[in-house]
Ligand binder design. Structure first.
Ligand code: 5AD
Ligand code: FES
Length: 349
């Protein structure tokens, strides 16, 4: 019985593989699943929603992931980089709007050497000592991660994308490896970063078994943040012919994640808002507790083109902030001005 599985998952934070498969492959009990996940999030986080200000500072990328619109071989992508001043201006605007976390995200761009990244991070750190600085700039050496940390970065987002070797091979060229991806995540944790990881839902060739492997990997890694969103087709990639992932399965996975990882930070992602007009609101109701509005200058928004029809590409930062405020409120939650660390589990005796 699916309802028993939901109760067991809520109480024990785990199910065996066969049970997870049964739960992920049916939509029969979605309402009950979302209800339990929402209860769990309210127990731990109340109705608080944390915001992260996303600054997409370069769309140059040396990688060639088959799913991604800013992959190296997409000659149609118009490339840009923000200057240090532009990045700092985004932070200033974000701070005034109530953001206490800045996420610097970019492709793997060799122009941004360790020295350049460290210079930017330490300047943000000295201007905003009470804020979190998150980097999301891909796979680097342990030494680079340590240098960024020493400069003042304290969080890092790096989705593992898929925890299955064969599936990883189908999504990425031979120059990349799941082994190195995992090495990066463990190095980051070991250095002391709050780590975020995650995967796309409905990526080409993905099976339910792959998703279960993703959940098992996350159990092993125990990241502070778990970020998932639907895969969305981009016409200028080798995967142009593959359909996008579904809203229903993404929401079901958000709820399962909330029940398996009650204390995790789980964003309702821009991709979720792209496949459905109320995607982010539905994500919050299914257990998500973070939103990540865009702080990038409007002139570059459309160019950070990971997938087709990405939302929030025409709005100023303040508009996005206001829009999300009312979306979050309409879903029954409230945005808080907070650094938004994960809640800590109290020791039980
Ligand atoms: N659809 C959805 N998400 C994508 N990403 C990259 N390309 C796509 C796409 N086509 C995600 C990846 C990456 C994050 C920055 O964006 O998971 O880690
Ligand atoms: Fe960006 Fe609504 S959140 S326009």
């Amino acid at each position: 019985m699916i309802s028993e599985l939901i109760e067991t998952l809520s109480a024990q934070r785990d199910l065996n593989d066969a049970q997870l498969k049964a739960l992920l492959e049916t939509d029969r009990m979605d309402e009950a699943l979302f209800f339990n996940a929402d209860q769990k999030r309210r127990e731990i986080y109340g109705t608080d929603v944390y915001i992260r200000g996303l600054i997409e500072f370069t769309n140059y990328c040396q990688n060639n992931c088959y799913y991604c619109g800013i992959r190296r071989d997409n000659a149609k992508a118009a490339r840009y980089r923000l200057s240090k001043k532009e990045i700092l201006d985004c932070c200033a605007e974000g701070y005034a709007l109530g953001f206490r976390t800045f996420v610097l995200q970019g492709g793997e761009d060799p122009y941004f050497t360790d020295a350049r990244v460290c210079e930017i991070v330490s300047e943000i750190r000295s201007c905003y000592p009470n804020c979190a600085i998150t980097l999301s700039i891909g796979e680097k050496s342990r030494e680079s991660y340590q240098a960024f940390f020493d400069a003042g970065a304290n969080r890092y987002l790096l989705r593992h994308e898929t925890a299955n070797e064969q599936h990883y091979r189908k999504l990425h060229p031979g120059s990349m490896s799941l082994q190195n991806r995992k090495r990066c995540l463990y190095d980051l944790k070991d250095i002391g970063y709050q780590v975020g990881s995650g995967f796309m839902v409905g990526s080409p060739y993905q099976t339910t078994e792959n998703l279960i492997e993703d959940l098992r990997f996350l159990q092993e890694l125990q990241p502070a943040m778990i970020e998932i969103g639907p895969y969305i087709t981009h016409t200028e990639t080798p995967f142009a012919a593959f359909a996008s992932g579904s809203l229903a399965l993404t929401l079901r996975l958000i709820a399962v994640l909330r029940l398996m990882f009650p204390y995790a930070l789980i964003p309702a992602t821009t991709a979720l808002g792209t496949i459905h007009p109320q995607g982010r609101e539905l994500g919050l109701k299914a257990g998500a507790n973070v939103v990540m509005p865009n702080l990038s200058p409007v002139r570059v928004r459309k160019l950070y083109d990971l997938y087709d029809n990405k939302i929030c590409t025409g709005e100023e930062s303040a508009q996005c902030r206001g829009c999300l405020e009312s979306r979050v409120r309409s879903a029954g939650y409230k945005i808080v001005t907070s650094i938004g660390n994960p809640a800590e589990e109290k020791e039980s005796c």
